[in-house]
Design a protein around this ligand. Structure first.
Ligand SMILES: [Zn+2]
Length: 373
């Protein structure tokens, strides 16, 4: 049986190994070694080639002791900035940072839940079906690891994705998202000598943005313009202005309508000043929505309740690797393993939550094999 101290020490070890997106090599080595110690056959794929990273996804496979179908367990290895040189501080049961970095519980909490959960399964000699573990790279910078994953190596049709957040949360839905970029093209001219010959691309862009409905648009749709840059000198009417924005919705039609609305506003704004717009729309990820009685949701709920974890299903406002798995036909529910205030330097986690997350993971592996969910 794993102990609270073992879980705490494992997590403390992981967070002190730097792993910003694209630089997961060192932590991948630790996780690959630990999977191998648990009996997994471990390989890496070449997902990092898409972003020039230093290592691919870690893929581990273990044959089952029962003839249950394969189950995929996933967490991502990368953490957000500022996340290098993490110095964890232990205050009773709570782990924080020294205030200069994130803790990296997103997603080393998930990595810990998988490794220590599997260690528990092994030590208890529990039966389990075939297990597939994928530790992904570059989740935080566009779900690259999941998108570029070598799916030919996997047979599972069901997945549990271990993430940060309040212990017991089961995320059953996440939005569709579009990246919306545009270049507004005007005409360059000297701002003092002949401004009437110019077309101000920044002014045209701002007219377009001013028309847009942005922010929270309804209970399932949000939109934002996050980056704007253009122009190159105080005394030159700017020829170009570039925008980066996006929209998300749990409803794909609403996403498309909002995207079209934003492009239409840019066209109308540009037209006022006789500028033109070169838009670029890309689907960042597909949304998903699992029913309350979907197998992975029942599995996570039953295993959590078995341990007395307060489980609750929620939908998320953002995307994660689970969006990609679901789009690839692998039903994936997300469980939260405890880390709070992630992506901030105030991030913290209670070791007791993390410990229960490991037992929750182990219990899911056991119940999935037994078919008791
Ligand atoms: Zn995460």
């Amino acid at each position: 049986m794993i102990s609270l101290e073992q879980v705490r020490d494992y997590f403390l070890q992981l967070v002190q190994v730097d792993s910003l997106s694209g630089k997961e090599g060192a932590v991948a080595q630790v996780l690959a070694r630990d999977l191998a110690e648990l009996g997994f056959e471990v390989t890496r794929d070449r997902a990092h080639e898409a972003i020039g990273g230093d290592c691919g996804n870690v893929i581990g496979k273990l044959s089952g002791t029962s003839d249950a179908p394969p189950l995929l367990l996933n967490a991502h290895m990368d953490t957000v900035a500022p996340g290098e040189g993490v110095k964890p501080v232990l205050e009773g049961d709570v782990i924080r940072t020294d205030g200069t970095t994130v803790l990296g519980g997103d997603d080393k909490g998930g990595c810990t839940a998988i490794i220590m959960g599997l260690r528990h399964v092994k030590e208890q000699s529990w039966e389990h079906g075939p297990l597939e573990v994928v530790f992904t790279i570059a989740e935080e910078t566009g779900l690259t690891g999941a998108k570029e994953l070598d799916y030919s190596q996997l047979g599972a049709r069901m997945a549990i994705v271990a993430e940060s957040g309040t212990l017991g949360k089961i995320t059953v839905g996440a939005p569709y998202a579009n990246k919306i970029n545009a270049t507004i093209i005007g005409k360059r001219a000297h701002a003092g000598v002949c401004p009437e010959r110019g077309i101000n691309a920044i002014a045209a862009a701002s007219k377009g943005i001013a028309r847009m409905k942005l922010g929270r648009l309804d209970d399932e749709t949000t939109a934002n313009i996050g980056v704007i840059h253009g122009g190159d000198a105080r005394n030159v009417v700017p020829e170009r202005c570039e925008l980066e924005g996006g929209a998300r919705s749990h409803n794909e039609q609403k996403l498309e309508a909002q995207t079209e609305h934003m492009l239409e506003c840019l066209r109308a704004g540009a037209e006022e000043l006789k500028a033109t717009v070169e838009p670029e729309v890309e689907r960042a990820y597909q949304g998903f929505h699992l029913a309350e009685d979907a197998a992975t949701v029942r599995l996570a709920r039953a295993a959590g309740e078995q341990l007395g974890v307060h489980v609750q299903t929620v939908t998320s406002g953002g995307g994660s690797d689970a969006n990609v798995f679901n789009a690839k036909g692998i039903e994936a529910a997300i469980i939260s393993t405890g880390p709070q205030d992630v992506h901030t330097t105030d991030e913290w986690v209670n070791v007791k939550d993390l410990y229960r997350a490991c037992l929750w993971m182990a219990e899911m592996v056991r119940s999935f094999s037994a078919g008791s969910y």
